[in-house]
Write a protein that binds this ligand. Sequence first.
Ligand SMILES: NC(=O)c1ccc[n+]([C@@H]2O[C@H](COP(=O)([O-])OP(=O)(O)OC[C@H]3O[C@@H](n4cnc5c(N)ncnc54)[C@H](O)[C@@H]3O)[C@@H](O)[C@H]2O)c1
Length: 263
Amino acid sequence: MSGSTTIATMSLEGGRVLVTGAGSGIGAAIAHHAAAAGAQVAVNDIDASRAEETCASVRDAGGIAHAIVGDVSEPGPARAVVESAIEALGGLTGLANNVGLVRGGALETLAADTWREVFRIDVDSALWCSQAALASLRNSNGAIVNTSSLVAYFAAPGAGAYNAAKAALSSLTEQMALEWGPSGIRVNGIAPGLVSGTNFSASSTDAAVQARRQPVVPLRRTGRADDIAPVVVFLLSDAARYMTGQVLRIDGGLGIALQTFIP
Ligand SMILES: NC(=O)c1ccc[n+]([C@@H]2O[C@H](COP(=O)([O-])OP(=O)(O)OC[C@H]3O[C@@H](n4cnc5c(N)ncnc54)[C@H](O)[C@@H]3O)[C@@H](O)[C@H]2O)c1
């Protein structure tokens, strides 16, 4: 190593991070892990009691957390959420656009409202929050992490709107990275595979579901929110300082297992 080596770490010491949809599941875990890495966190959720619950548990663990209640899927309310977070934290160094939901439905009969709801929450929210956070992130050379999904790469039965929305979010991640890289803002994404135990995937902890799913994952278990959050901390941290426009799969290897399903 040369004498000019600058050691990068996964610490978020001094950081100020807003996490959307952080009242449960993966978002709550991101808030916990970011706080444990040294950041103050703003915990957004549309559900006030969920946001407060995450804040209380972050504080119990010794962290600093502010609840920011609001719907991030429309431009005006999303801007209000980001502005409240900036005010509470004194600026932003990181934004985790984590909010998302899935709605079932075959494409042949999918209702326009369902298609629009899924895109509004899974895609639009990331754009509106990022736009509102941009000036503050420019000041801090900050980073954005978008929560996409493994379904962005692989079609799945019965959730066509969700899969297309996550593919759009992965593409949006690259576009943001391209446009905002020259301002010093890095934009990356994560693509979780099967994650059990969140509200979104509540039924997946059933023994029968687990018995069917574990054998198809190369690491032989489904994921937990706690498996996903450390990767977000990494992408927000200086350790990822030369990475932008990437979406990292966190799936126990499920995405590379296609050939094992061929009879
Ligand atoms: N659970 C999985 O298997 C899985 C896999 C891949 C990707 N993901 C993605 O991970 C992210 C988090 O999912 P999760 O499993 O933790 O879900 P979750 O349902 O447990 O948490 C999502 C949170 O977002 C909140 N929310 C919903 N709409 C909102 C809005 N408009 N504004 C603010 N908050 C809102 C909900 O109240 C909820 O607390 C989503 O983007 C999801 O698509 C989940």
